[in-house]
Structure formats: C-alpha cells, structure tokens
Design a protein around this ligand. Structure first.
Ligand code: MEV
Length: 324
C-alpha cells in the first residue's frame, strides 16, 4: 500500500478583534494567498514519519502506536497531535508519512502551525475515505490547537479551512463568510516573532486582576467588529480605517502593542493610510494598514524606512484544498 495526497491551506491575518475573541467575542479574519502544504502518505511500516524543514524537523520518526506520547520536539507538536487526534477517532493500522512545506516564514504570525494541522487532517480524511466536512475538521484541528497550546480561539484554524474572510466567534460557535472582493491591505512585518501563548497569558492575568475594565474593552471591540463587518461589505475603507485605529487604541490599552509596531503603524498613517493596527497577538509579528491605491507605494516605503519588512499578500484567499 502506498497512497498519498497533498493538501494546501492558506495563512491568515487577523483584521479586527484579536484577544477579545479568546473571551467569546467575534473577530474578523482573512485568509492570505501564502500557503502551507502537506504531502501525506499511508504506508505499511506502522511508523509516523515527519519532514518539516520550515520548522527544522528532518527525518523525525516514531512507532505509530506511540504517537502523541512523551516528549515531542517543538516543531513536530501540531502535526503529531493532529495525527494522534485523527487516529484516536478513526483508528487505522497504517503508518503515516508527512512532509510539509511553506510559502511563508513561520516567523510572520500567519498561522503556519494551524495551517499545517488543517492540511494533515484534511489529507488523512481523504486518504482514509472518511470525507469529514469542514466543521468536523475544524473540531479536530481546534482540539489539536488546545491540546498543544492550552488556549486560543481557533480563528486561525477556521481561516485555513474555510478561506475567504470570516466573521468568527471563539471556538467556532459562528463561522460566517463575509462576502468581499478585496481588502486594500498593506502588511508590515516587525522582524520580531510574537509569543502568542505568553501574550494570551499576560492578557488573561489582566482579566483576572481587572475583570470589569478588560470586559469593557472587549465589549467596545465587539462594536468595532460589528461595524467593520458592515463597512467592509460596503467597501467604505475610509471608515474601516478609522475603526482599525480605534481597535489599535484598545490593543494598546491591553498592553500588547510594542514600540516597533507603533513605529510602523504611525509611519503607515503618516504616509496616507486610512488606518492601521497590529494583527494577531501583538508584541511583534505584523501590522496591517488600509491603503488608498494611490498611496500604497508611499505607505510601503514608509514602513520600510521605519525598519519593517513589507509582505506582499492577497487577502480573501481560498481555503484548504487538494493539490494535484
Ligand atoms: C493571535 O493571533 C490572536 C489571539 O486572539 C489568539 C487567538 O484568537 O487564538 C490573541
């Protein structure tokens, strides 16, 4: 027996609502056209094997019956736990060989771990003939994220699976496509890898210490998300930009912005962006700006002069798909 399939899934950018979404609020996320790929093969050697060069995993192998047990190298965690969750639900006597590749650096915060989790689960669903639907795949992938990092809303998993732009409520309680053609985004990478788990923990501590204040911030963010959802569909980017600026103020209040993010954000705005904010957990990773077409070049140069790296992406990308 030697059956294989390749699945690709997009990375993502949080557009509105980070952190609040972990506490049962909605967010808006868009899938980006930089993709993660996994080639998955069922083998008859009863071994789980992983090559994942983008996270420095090469020739990692263990008996399939030991998958998910004991010490797992950092770069292998998401894929190995995804495989464990799949075979616990759908037992099989095969070995599983996974090879991943990425269009983008795992440093950007585009969600390479959740995208590779999605790729592997979708591939196993195809290979074993289970043909799980997106919600079943979401539940398995989200469980994998929680098993590995303890906390998270699952918005990145939803973006990788469904693609497009989504209105998403924590844990996948709501996953609704937002019908758009484009989002005029400019993306600047700070050069600093954000530590999402630590940032979520720090924000969680603030929530414990000052629940009313943080709840008020989250409720205010909900209003921005709801407003932005409508204005994005209307294509009123000037208003969406204003809403981004407000969202950034709340993120600053939560203490998750950084000097570098602020510098890229103010440079983008100084060069004519309608609005700008950090995207994701904060502390580093990327900022996003909404750019009028005639100012795009100037905004990109301003971000670079401020020490950021402009990343060219197309938002609203297609979700997980089989590759031939
Ligand atoms: C991280 O990219 C975004 C957070 O809202 C975490 C999550 O939603 O899982 C901070």
């Amino acid at each position: 027996m030697n059956m294989n399939v390749t699945v690709s899934a997009p990375g993502k950018l949080m557009v509105f609502g980070e952190h609040a979404v972990v506490y049962n609020r909605p967010c808006l996320v868009t899938a980006v056209d930089q993709r993660m790929r996994a080639r998955v093969e069922l083998t008859d050697d009863k071994v789980f094997f992983l090559d994942a060069p983008e996270v420095k995993i090469s020739g990692y192998a263990r008996p399939i019956r030991e998958v998910g047990m004991g010490e797992i190298p950092k770069g292998a965690k998401f894929v190995e736990i995804a495989v464990k969750n799949f075979i616990e639900n759908y037992p099989s006597s095969s070995g599983i060989k996974v090879t991943t590749a990425s269009d983008f650096s795992s440093q950007f915060g585009f969600g390479s771990s959740s995208a590779s989790t999605v790729c592997v689960l979708r591939a196993l669903s195809e290979l074993t003939g289970k043909k799980l639907d997106n919600k079943q795949l979401f539940d398995l992938a989200y469980k994998t994220v929680l098993d590995v990092q303890g906390k998270g809303s699952g918005f990145d998993v939803a973006a990788a699976l469904y693609g497009g732009t989504l209105y998403f409520v924590a844990g996948g309680k709501t996953i609704t496509p937002v019908k758009l053609r484009d989002i005029p985004l400019v993306v600047g990478y700070t050069g600093v890898k954000a530590d999402t788990v630590t940032l979520m923990r720090e924000v969680g501590e603030k929530m414990k210490a000052q629940p009313e204040r943080i709840d008020r911030i989250y409720d205010a963010i909900v209003k921005l998300v709801e407003d932005a959802r409508i204005k994005m569909i209307e294509g009123d980017w000037e208003r969406v930009g204003k809403l981004m600026d407000f969202n950034q103020e709340y993120l600053r209040d939560l203490g998750v912005s950084s000097e570098k993010l602020e510098s890229l954000i103010s440079s983008a705005k100084g060069a004519g962006a309608w609005g700008a904010k950090l995207s994701g957990a904060g502390g580093g990773d990327c900022m996003i700006a909404l750019a009028p077409e005639d100012k795009k070049k100037a905004i990109e140069s301003a971000i670079e002069i401020a020490g950021g790296q402009v990343i060219h992406i197309l938002p609203h990308a297609q979700g997980a798909r089989l590759e031939l």
